[in-house]
Design a protein around this ligand. Structure first.
Ligand code: EPU
Length: 446
């Protein structure tokens, strides 16, 4: 539980950590890289620990060797390797576990990955991941809640990966990694262009993969026999950077956000300027200062290079304090507004309308007891609490630990009045396999 006494302007500088959503598929891709891969700039987060646990269950050795550094190495002996099972207990807590599907299939010819199921940010199918892998030649079956994928050989082909909601980030990651070891050429059309996908692609290229078109909707991959281990540094987290920019703006603070790639935030920075938040953009840092009034405005969250859905909730929190009426629409996850009722408990005026919220700005939010429903919802509540009058307690902040490294410490260093207390609702994360993978006919790990 976080207890925040609102009203302190954030001041100073803050270092952005490595990008969780780049790190997770890159860690998963290490399943397909024989030998020791060394990754740098990894954030210390629960999702990174969960991915390390999962890779450990899949027979990899994962060693933390220093701040932000991991060494990952597949087991030398296939005999000692656990079966290729990503269990429901882990997948339901961290959907990015699905990123092991492509690398497992490409390197071992089989993968048993639990279907993730429901999610607080809306419907999240993986049909496009499965379509792409099937196009590469995998036989896929859904049994007892598991995806059972097998392939003696993957063969390159042309794959259209767009769906009703546009491109898929982790779906592109799965197909991209699998295709690097397929025979022949794969062309992914309607590929996700997010910087995290580009980072995975750059990692794979460093490992010897032949990939062109990263960052565009058409990626071409020429399969290679084998990947080589490398040392690789993960990009900074653009969503964390954006969260700091918004937190500084709502508290009328003066903060320099360090370790940023500003080009990854172009659409967002452009919108911030329109909303009255002036940023001084340097090559690797952004300073925000001197905000007097937040202007109302309309925002649409879209796939990259649009404004990310992962900043939608934080922007909504900011617009609760704008000088008029704003509309925020999410075209990626149309249901991602569960946090809005909690903001209303803090005095916000928000009305939900289909895949949008309509916000009438208020002069002041008030501290209240609120509950976080997902990672970015938690960040939105922290932003509202920092700006609010009085004390806010935010429960279920274990979501924050999944995606923001040392958030309370970083906030305190910037002058916020934040205390972290024992959360009575915090669950214990179990990474032990549940019974259903056995029912699904998957062999017990050796
Ligand atoms: N979709 C399908 N079929 C699929 C896959 C996706 O219809 O097979 C739909 C989804 O339901 C959604 C849209 O396509 O409407 C985009 O989903 P996408 O697959 O791109 O999302 P994801 O890969 O599951 C990643 C991030 C999310 C981020 C989204 C969108 C990781 C580990 N997760 O999820 O990050 O919101 O892309 O940018 O990279 C977060 O960090 O808080 C987070 C949720």
């Amino acid at each position: 539980m976080l207890k925040i006494q609102g009203g302190n302007a954030l001041r100073g500088s803050v270092q952005v950590s490595g990008a969780k959503n780049a790190a997770l598929p890159i860690m998963a891709a290490c399943l397909a890289v024989p030998g020791k891969t060394v990754l740098h700039n990894l954030p210390e987060l629960r999702d990174i620990t969960s991915m390390s646990d999962l890779l450990g269950q899949l027979g990899m050795s994962v060693t933390r060797t220093g701040t932000g550094q991991l060494i990952l190495e597949p087991s030398r002996s296939r005999q000692l390797m656990a079966d290729s099972v990503a269990d429901y207990e882990l997948v339901r807590k961290m959907r990015a576990s699905v990123c092991v599907l492509g690398p497992l299939l490409a390197s071992r010819g089989e993968a048993f990955v639990s279907l993730p199921g429901g999610c607080n940010i809306g419907h999240r199918p993986i049909d496009l991941h499965l379509k792409g892998l099937a196009a590469l030649g995998a036989e896929i079956e859904i049994r007892n809640g598991y995806v059972i994928a097998k392939a003696t050989k993957l063969t390159g082909t042309r794959i259209f990966l767009g769906g009703a909601m546009g491109s898929t980030v982790t779906g592109t990651c799965n197909i991209l990694t699998a295709a690097t070891l397929a025979t022949g050429r794969t062309i992914i059309e309607s590929a996700a262009c997010e910087p995290e996908v580009v980072d995975l692609g750059n990692f794979l290229i460093a490992c010897g993969a032949k990939i062109e078109g990263l960052g565009t909707p058409c990626i071409t991959i020429d399969g290679v026999e084998q990947l080589q281990p490398v040392e690789y540094e993960i990009i900074p987290d653009r969503i964390e950077a954006a969260t700091w920019l918004i937190a500084t703006a709502v508290t009328r603070g003066d903060v320099t956000i360090e370790n940023v790639i500003p080009e990854h935030l172009s659409a967002f920075l452009d919108k911030l300027t329109q909303l009255g938040v002036q940023c001084q953009i340097n090559s690797h840092s952004i300073r925000v200062a001197g905000v007097t009034e937040i202007q109302a405005g309309d925002i649409v969250a879209l796939a990259y290079p649009g404004i990310p859905t992962d900043i939608q909730a934080q922007l909504t929190a900011m617009l609760c304090l704008a000088n008029g009426m704003s509309v925020v629409t999410d075209r990626v996850f149309p249901e991602r507004f569960m946090y809005a009722s909690e903001l209303v408990r803090m005095g916000a005026k928000i009305r939900r309308e289909a895949n949008s919220v309509i916000i009438q700005g208020v002069d002041q939010l008030n501290g209240a007891s609120v509950m976080a429903s997902d990672l970015r919802a938690s960040a939105a509540l922290v932003i509202a609490a920092l700006a609010a009058e009085g004390e806010t307690t935010i429960r279920r902040i274990y979501h924050l630990d999944r995606g923001y490294e040392k958030l309370a410490e970083k906030l305190s260093a910037l002058g916020a009045d934040v205390q972290r207390l024992q959360d009575p609702h915090s669950p214990v994360v179990s990474s032990l396999p549940g019974p259903h993978w056995q029912q699904a006919g998957i062999r017990e790990p050796k």
